[in-house]
Design a protein around this ligand. Structure first.
Ligand SMILES: NC(=O)c1ccc[n+]([C@@H]2O[C@H](COP(=O)([O-])OP(=O)(O)OC[C@H]3O[C@@H](n4cnc5c(N)ncnc54)[C@H](OP(=O)(O)O)[C@@H]3O)[C@@H](O)[C@H]2O)c1
Length: 328
């Protein structure tokens, strides 16, 4: 039976989710695809940290160690920030090794360039997990685009912001108290700046724009506002008039072919598809030529939703690429 060798870059929330799902699905991979899946190395930053990993597994903080493992087929990347992730993924793609990433900060900026490298070296880059976690927005858009032109995408793309707005409304608490609750529940990062300022949603919107329209608007032309300035009074006044604040990232194409994008708190009424989306969920409304309006709602982050999105990309790779494939 063919063995598919996997390297994991990063073993935090997402990396651990991927590792667990790959292990739990070993039998299915054998039965359905006729392959054995083996994690052959894990790259982390701090070798002193205690980790739930089998003792025999190779763990290192040196990229060169991972890069020199022979015959790696697929690399999962779940580290943080643009660099060194971009350089690492370029390295693997240039060797024809398939990569799957969850790293939105890196992919929003370098996704196009990585896709070109992948194409040149007959490799694949999966990025479902970069946007809206477990919500299958990338594969849905790819499917739609085979027939439809996309006209507008509007979504709640940051679960922490959505949780805070929901919490302020239902528990009648201030922004600061709601943020503290989000941190206590483990939804918000220790440094939640990118979440509440709209920066995280902006990056995901740029990834969606690239896919749906083949390009991104100039980043400096996009108005990006977070939820930090909304007060409890604002939320209550909205509620009194039958409306709710949602943090919405939106991109659309104008009649003259220009892209317009904005990220901001938006007041929506009961007939709006995002009105009922509460808690840490993400939701995306796609307007397209023939299908019309489609709304996807689901878990936008977390170990298993994000891990699942990455392993789904992996299944796509093993079932479509001759280099890692499976005798039928
Ligand atoms: N958490 C989510 O729900 C979620 C959802 C969608 C996308 N993402 C994206 O997925 C990526 C990982 O997120 P996470 O929540 O799993 O982060 P995390 O819990 O902080 O884990 C990051 C992991 O990457 C390792 N790492 C970081 N920088 C590194 C470097 N320069 N070289 C080697 N290893 C490095 C860390 O090593 P140590 O363990 O030694 O510190 C850690 O194992 C991020 O890009 C994030 O934006 C996360």
């Amino acid at each position: 039976m063919q063995t598919i060798k996997i390297a994991l870059l990063g073993f935090g929330t997402v990396g651990q989710g991927v590792f667990q799902i790959l292990n739990e699905k070993k039998e299915e991979f054998r039965n359905f695809f006729g392959i054995d899946v083996e994690v052959v190395g894990v790259l982390i930053r701090d070798v002193e940290k205690l980790r739930p990993l089998p003792a025999h597994l190779f763990v290192t903080d040196r990229f060169e160690d991972i890069a020199s493992i022979p015959d790696v087929d697929v690399v999962f990347e779940a580290i943080v920030g643009e660099e060194p992730a971009y350089s690492y993924l370029t390295y693997f793609l240039e060797r024809g090794i398939h990569v799957i990433t969850a790293n939105k900060a890196m992919f929003a900026k370098h996704g196009l360039s990585l896709q070109k490298v992948a194409e040149n070296y007959d490799a694949t880059i999966g990025y479902e997990a970069t946007t809206a976690g477990g919500v299958p927005i990338i594969k849905t858009l790819k499917n739609l685009l085979q027939v439809n032109e996309v006209e507008n995408i509007a979504g709640i793309l940051n679960g922490t912001s959505n949780f805070i707005l929901s919490e302020m409304r239902t528990a009648k608490c201030t922004f600061e108290e709601a943020l503290q609750n989000a941190q206590d529940f483990g939804y918000a990062e220790a440094d939640p700046t990118d979440d509440v300022s709209g920066k995280d949603a902006f990056r995901k919107l740029m990834i969606l724009s690239q896919l749906a329209f083949g390009r991104q608007p100039s980043w400096e032309d996009v108005e990006v506002r977070g939820i930090q300035t909304l007060t409890l009074r604002d939320i209550e006044e909205a509620e009194e008039s039958g409306m709710r604040y949602r943090h919405v990232a939106e991109v659309n194409i104008t009649g003259s072919g220009n892209l317009q994008a904005v990220v901001r708190p938006l007041l929506v009424g009961p007939s709006h598809p995002l009105y009922t989306v509460d808690g840490v969920d993400n939701a995306i409304v796609i307007d397209s030529e023939y299908l019309g309006k489609l709304t996807l709602i689901g878990p936008g982050a977390g170990r298993f939703p994000t891990g699942s999105a990455m392993v789904e990309d992996f299944v796509q790779v093993i079932s479509s690429k001759p280099k890692v494939i499976i005798p039928q």
